[in-house]
Design a protein around this ligand. Structure first.
Ligand SMILES: [Zn+2]
Length: 327
C-alpha cells in the first residue's frame, strides 16, 4: 500500500489586503493626481515584498516532506488584542519556526546594539535607517508563545529566521549572533535543517499538531486597509467606469452582455468584474443601484437593475433600498 503523504502546505500564500487595495488604486487614481507618486511608491514596496515571499517559497520546497506543516500569510491576534502578521510559520512536533522575508537590496548592516537595520547607499549616498527585523521577530516569537498558551497548547520552542530574498543583498559587519537570526534565502533549507536537529523532544503528537495548524488557520484574520481614508482621497477623484484592458481608457459601454471601448474598439464580457473588484477594495462590498450606476457609469436605474440581477449577487432589502453584496 502506498504511504499517505502529508500535505506540507496548509495555508497558501496570498496577497495582503493592503497590496490588493494599492493594485486597485494604481488602476483607479489618475496618474496626474497629487497622491499618485506616494501610492506608486508604496505599491512598489508591497509588490516587491510579496515577490520576495514568493521567491522564498521556492526554497522551502526543498524541505523534506513529512517534517513540517507550512502556513503562509498568517495574521493572528495575541491575548492582548494586538495583531501580528507572519510571512511563514513552519510547524513540527518538536518546535516551530517563524520565517520572515525581507526584500531589500544593497549593502545591509544589522546593528544589534542600537537595534536597527542600516542600508548603505551606493556612491557614498549615506546610510538609510530601516526598522529592525530582529526585534520584530523577537516580538512575534513572544506573541506566538502567548497565543499557544491562550489556546491551551504546551510551550513549544519557537525559532525564527529572517530570510533576505533580494538576490543583490549583501551583508557586512556580521557576527555569529546575527548569522543565527539572518540568512539568505538560498541557505534557508540548511538553516532549517540545523534548527530541526537541535529540537528532538516531542511536544505535540501528530493529532495535536494537525489541530494546532487547523486552529491557526481558523483564527487567521486578514488585515483590512481603507486606502481612500488613509490617503485622504475623496471617491469623486477616482477614475470611473469599466476600464479597457487594452488601452486603459474609461468608461467602456455596455451593449447586451458585452462591454465596448469606443477609443480602441476592444470588447470584453469580463472586464466589468475587475471594476467590481475595484469597488469592493476601495469603496466597500455593499452597493446600492445608485452607487454602482455611478461607479460603472451606467445610463439608467433600469439598466443598472438589469445588470445587477445578471450578476446573481446576494442582496437584502426591498426594491428601492436594496443592498447588494459584491462577491
Ligand atoms: Zn480601449
Amino acid at each position: 500500500m502506498k504511504k499517505r503523504r502529508w500535505k506540507m502546505i496548509k495555508k497558501q500564500r496570498e496577497k495582503s489586503h493592503r497590496l490588493l487595495t494599492h493594485e486597485a488604486a494604481m488602476r483607479r487614481i489618475p496618474k496626474n493626481h497629487s497622491k499618485y507618486p506616494m501610492l506608486e511608491k508604496e505599491h512598489g514596496k508591497l509588490f516587491y515584498g510579496h515577490k520576495g515571499e514568493e521567491a522564498m517559497d521556492y526554497f522551502l520546497t526543498f524541505l523534506p516532506d513529512n517534517e513540517y506543516l507550512i502556513l503562509n500569510s498568517l495574521r493572528l491576534e495575541d491575548p492582548k488584542g494586538r495583531y501580528f502578521q507572519m510571512d511563514t510559520v513552519l510547524l513540527s512536533q518538536t518546535h516551530c519556526i517563524i520565517v520572515d522575508s525581507k526584500y531589500i537590496n544593497g549593502v545591509l548592516e544589522f546593528d544589534e546594539q542600537a537595534n536597527q537595520l542600516l542600508r548603505h547607499l551606493p556612491d557614498n549616498g549615506g546610510i538609510e535607517k530601516l526598522s529592525d527585523p530582529i526585534s520584530q521577530m523577537a516580538r512575534q516569537r513572544h506573541q506566538l508563545a502567548l497565543w499557544f498558551d491562550k489556546h491551551g497548547f504546551p510551550p513549544i520552542p519557537i525559532a525564527s529566521l529572517i530570510a533576505l530574498t533580494h538576490t543583490s543583498a549583501t551583508l557586512i559587519k556580521t557576527t555569529p549572533s546575527i548569522m543565527k537570526k539572518v540568512t539568505f534565502q538560498t541557505n534557508l533549507p540548511n538553516r532549517i535543517k540545523e534548527i530541526n536537529g537541535i529540537h528532538t523532544h516531542e511536544k505535540l503528537c501528530k493529532k495535536n499538531l494537525q489541530k494546532l495548524s487547523k486552529l491557526m488557520i481558523k483564527k487567521h484574520t486578514p488585515d483590512k486597509f481603507n486606502l481612500l481614508v488613509n490617503y485622504k482621497i475623496p471617491p469623486q477623484e477616482l477614475i470611473l467606469g469599466v476600464i479597457c484592458t487594452s488601452c486603459t481608457s474609461a468608461p467602456m459601454q455596455k451593449k447586451r452582455s458585452t462591454w465596448y471601448c469606443f477609443k480602441c474598439g476592444a470588447s470584453s464580457k469580463v472586464t466589468h468584474l475587475e471594476a467590481l473588484l475595484d469597488h469592493k477594495l476601495l469603496l466597500g462590498e455593499i452597493v446600492t443601484n445608485k452607487e454602482i450606476r455611478w461607479f460603472l457609469q451606467l445610463p439608467s436605474p433600469t439598466a443598472t437593475s438589469k445588470y445587477l440581477s445578471s450578476l446573481n449577487l446576494r442582496f437584502e432589502g426591498d426594491y428601492k433600498g436594496r443592498k447588494y453584496f459584491l462577491k
